[in-house]
Design a binder for this molecule. Sequence first.
Ligand code: F6P
Length: 341
Amino acid sequence: MRIGVLTAGGDCPGLNAVIRSVVHRAVTHYGDEVIGFEDGYAGLLDGRYRPLDLNAVSGILARGGTILGSSRLERDRFAAACDNAKALVEKSGFDALIPIGGEGTLTAARMLSDAGVPVVGVPKTIDNDISSTDRTFGFDTAVGVATEAMDRLKTTAESHQRVMVVEVMGRHAGWIALESGMAGGAHGICLPERPFDPADLVKMVEERFSRGKKFAVICVAEGAHPADGTMDYGKGEIDQFGHERFQGIGTALAYELERRLGKEARPVILGHVQRGGTPTAYDRVLATRFGWHAVEAVHRGDFGNMTALRGTDVKMVPLAEAITQLKTVPADRIREAESVF
Ligand code: F6P
């Protein structure tokens, strides 16, 4: 068989582990030919690809990023190019395509599948917000990075009697903030799923200071926002120089707390540090399992589906089911976290 692989959307630790696993299973076990499209769907649409043999994937298991490159997708452009992509896949003699990516990539995979391309998806995102899979690889690594950052920030916060506001990734879902906040022992956690009131954070910090704990670390997801009317933070306002006043919720919240508390506060934006570098053992294993199962699905002719972790098993689930809605943090998980900070 001739199998195409691509990685699209924001990169994520573990992508190379999937590529390696696909190549190992397909080439060694089935004698397949594996081709890697460059820069995500852009490579598919432009016909840019290269052969992937065992040597091409040697030594990449522990490497972050993706050896194939990635790009974000303009959904409309892709929809228009879908028939073209199908023709390209047929012309190049591909028997199957394995796109590895997040919600946008899997939506495009679904479009291709609907257009008749034999597709098996592999979900990835550090945000862990794809429905139908209990976990995505990359998440464990991101949580580890953010947790380590909080451990480190606590010592400097304590030395200077400061409030540290750590902004982690997660535009629509607060999984990284929730789990790194719990693991890092944050004293406050703000999630997109539940608007926060800065007055509650002020109360928490004052209570800590009054019992001699003269520092605090607050973990805030980039998509978190204050409850209506609780904080004027300049969202959408353009200053006299044409710049948006809003510099991200972490920065806005740190300065708001500093103003209200009269104590020093510092914002720390972790940003893409969470996406770079080597994947954890957990992410390498999950990514490797997803790659193995994707090749098995190709050989069963199990198309239009994606790999998913259900409990401890990897199953195939319909792409359509995976992209209908994002998996956000449920209320009971928020309640559990509240009891520890
Ligand atoms: O979806 C993954 C993610 O890392 C989000 O957490 C974050 O909001 C976004 O990608 C950042 O995207 P970009 O790399 O395009 O700035």
